[in-house]
Design a protein around this ligand. Structure first.
Ligand code: SAH
Length: 224
C-alpha cells in the first residue's frame, strides 16, 4: 500500500515545469531580486515539509509542521528575504527556525546564519536537514529568541518569523549600526504589520511594508 503523501516520483520534465511555475509565481508576487530567486530555486521547499502536506510544498500557502507551527508562505519568505537585502559578507540572525526553510535560503546569501527556535524538536530536525543538504554556514540554537544572541552580536541583519507586540529591545541593541531588521508586529490572531527597522548612528527608522499573518513570538522554551 502506498503511504499517504507519497506519490509516484515526478519525471525530470514535470519537476522542471513545477519549479518554473513556482519561480514565475514568486515573480508575480513581487519577488524580483535575482539573488533571492536563485536561492529559492536552489533550496527545495519540498525537503522542509513532511507527510501529507509534502505534495503541496510548491503551492503558495503556509503549511503545518511539527510542534503546531507553520512553514511560511513562499512568496512572503521571498518578499521578507528581499526586504532584508542580505549581502555576501553579512552575519544574519533569524528568530523562529520552524522548518529551517527561511534559514536555508538565507544561507545562500549570507556569510553566516544563526537561527533560534524555542522548540528543541524543530531545531533538531532543522539541524539534520542542514547537514543533509550540506548547508554548513548555519548555526542552530534552542532558546527564547527574544533575547537574541549577545555573544555573536552585532548582526548585520535580523529577521523574525514570529510576530512580536513590539520589536524586542535586546534585538534592537544587537543590530549593527547600518543594519536592518525585518519583523511582523502586532497581536496574534489579527493581521500584523511587517516592518523594517534600520539602525543609524543616532537612532532607528521604521517602515511599514505590508500586512502579514504569523504565529506569535512566545516567551520561554517550548515543551517538545
Ligand atoms: N521561519 C520558519 C517559520 C517559522 S514559524 C520556516 O521557514 O519554516 C515561527 C517559529 O517561531 C515557530 O517555530 C516558533 O516555535 C518560533 N518561535 C516563537 N516564539 C519564539 C521565541 N521567543 N524564540 C524562538 N522561536 C520562537
Amino acid at each position: 500500500m502506498t503511504p499517504p503523501g507519497s506519490e509516484d516520483p515526478l519525471s525530470p520534465e514535470a519537476l522542471a515545469e513545477r519549479k518554473m511555475q513556482f519561480l514565475f509565481h514568486l515573480r508575480s508576487k513581487g519577488v524580483t531580486d535575482s539573488r533571492v530567486l536563485t536561492a529559492m530555486e536552489k533550496i527545495d521547499r519540498g525537503a522542509f515539509v513532511r507527510g501529507i502536506f509534502a505534495e503541496r510544498a510548491y503551492e503558495d500557502m503556509p503549511l503545518p509542521i511539527a510542534c503546531g507551527q507553520t512553514i511560511s508562505q513562499p512568496s512572503i519568505v521571498g518578499l521578507m528575504t528581499q526586504a532584508l537585502d542580505v549581502q555576501p559578507r553579512h552575519k544574519v540572525l533569524e528568530i523562529g527556525t520552524g522548518s529551517g526553510y527561511q534559514a536555508a535560503i538565507l544561507s545562500q546569501l549570507a556569510r553566516r546564519v544563526y537561527t533560534i527556535d524555542r522548540f528543541r524538536t524543530l531545531v533538531r530536525e532543522a539541524r539534520k536537514l542542514f547537514e543533509t543538504l550540506d548547508l554548513t554556514n548555519i548555526t542552530t540554537i534552542t532558546a527564547d529568541g527574544s533575547f537574541g544572541l549577545p555573544e555573536q552580536a552585532p548582526f548585520d541583519r535580523i529577521i523574525l518569523t514570529a510576530a512580536a507586540e513590539d520589536p524586542p529591545s535586546p534585538l534592537m541593541r544587537q543590530l549593527r549600526v547600518g543594519g536592518v531588521m525585518i519583523l511582523p508586529v502586532g497581536q496574534s490572531d489579527t493581521l500584523q504589520s511587517l516592518i523594517r527597522v534600520t539602525r543609524h548612528e543616532d537612532g532607528y527608522d521604521y517602515d511599514e511594508l505590508r500586512t502579514v499573518r504569523f504565529v506569535p513570538l512566545l516567551e520561554g522554551l517550548g515543551n517538545e
